[in-house]
Design a protein around this ligand. Structure first.
Ligand code: BDR
Ligand code: CA
Length: 311
């Protein structure tokens, strides 16, 4: 059983990642959800996180608002992928559950200080601003984090927001740099993995066929979300980026990767936010993260469909 904090910028794929975690109480205890600015501005991401909790029937989950802008840069958003609300597709009611009191960064710090050391995993699904801000404010928490399992970056798949950068890392490269240098045990789900987790028509039909509000909403989110990747990359369906993080906590054997050195480009205008992963071990730099490269997509979708059916 993993105790986790989900740090997120929902986003349709973030929503599915949260639903998967909330549907898996035997493997995952969600201590709280922290929202960050990313796909859309913070007022929408924190609201969307609450919409998703209510969709799952989990008004009891604590949702905190965090940083509304990257550490040093202006926010870049992705309405071109996720729509105006960030959660375009289904028409879900506005949330009635309140936002938890306090700042997300303080919740992350307090939780890591209160829970026994080495028992809390952080799951960032958006820009790493909240996580880096927590590490900056209370550096001693690094030694208390069990693992950071994050969605971000790319190696062979290069970029999706610039030719060489993946969105989450590109939006706040300074934050990503702080996280990568933190010494924490890190597992990364890059585009190399998530672009293989495609919601084909048959897979989306299986979500819709659940016939539940959750199954139908996930199918509608995917209907919306897939148009970007279909048009842009000619791919077979929407890549479910962020659910790879929560699936890994349940079934790590679905993923394969390498423990390598990963550094973040923070200077070059041309390659800003690039995750320079030393896949072939040629740099001599010390490995600091497990960079995933492959996924058993059939096993992943079987797990996801089975778990969503529980909600
Ligand atoms: C990442 O960026 C966002 O658009 C998605 O939610 C995912 O976290 C993929 O590059
Ligand atoms: Ca996200």
């Amino acid at each position: 059983m993993r105790k986790i904090i989900i740090d997120t910028d929902p986003g349709q794929d973030d929503a599915v990642a949260i639903l998967l975690a909330l549907a898996s109480p035997e493997e995952i205890e969600v201590l709280g959800i922290t929202a960050v600015a990313g796909n859309v501005p913070l007022p929408l991401t924190q609201k969307n996180a609450r919409i998703v909790c209510e969709l799952a029937g989990r008004r009891d989950v604590k949702v905190f608002a965090g940083c509304d802008a990257p550490l040093e840069r202006k926010l870049v958003t992705a309405e071109h992928v996720h729509g105006k609300t960030g959660l375009d597709g289904p028409s879900l009611p506005d949330p009635t559950m309140p936002l938890a009191e306090g700042h997300a960064v303080d919740f992350i710090i307090d939780t890591l200080r209160t829970e026994p050391a080495g028992t809390v995993t952080l799951c960032p699904l958006g820009p790493l601003t909240n996580i880096a801000a927590a590490l900056q404010k209370a550096p001693e928490i690094a030694g208390r984090i069990q693992e950071i399992v994050l969605m971000g970056g790319a190696y062979f798949e290069v970029g999706n927001i610039t030719p060489t950068a993946e969105f989450n890392i590109y939006v706040d490269p300074e934050a990503a740099d702080i996280v990568m240098k933190s010494g924490v045990n890190i597992t990364i789900m890059p585009l190399d993995v998530t672009h293989k987790a495609l919601v084909t028509k048959a897979r989306n039909d299986a979500f819709r066929a659940l016939g539940t509000p959750v199954g139908v909403a996930v199918a509608q989110m995917t209907d919306f979300f897939e148009r970007f990747d279909k048009e842009k990359y000619g791919s077979e369906g929407a890549p479910l980026h962020d659910p790879c993080v929560t699936a890994y906590l349940i079934r790590p054997e679905l993923f394969k990767g390498r423990f390598v050195n990963v550094e973040i480009e923070t200077q070059s205008e041309l390659t800003l936010g690039m995750t320079v992963a030393d896949w072939w071990g040629v740099s001599g730099r010390k490995p600091n993260a497990t960079f995933m490269g492959d996924i058993d997509a059939e096993g992943f979708f079987a797990l996801l469909t089975e778990r969503l059916a529980r909600l």
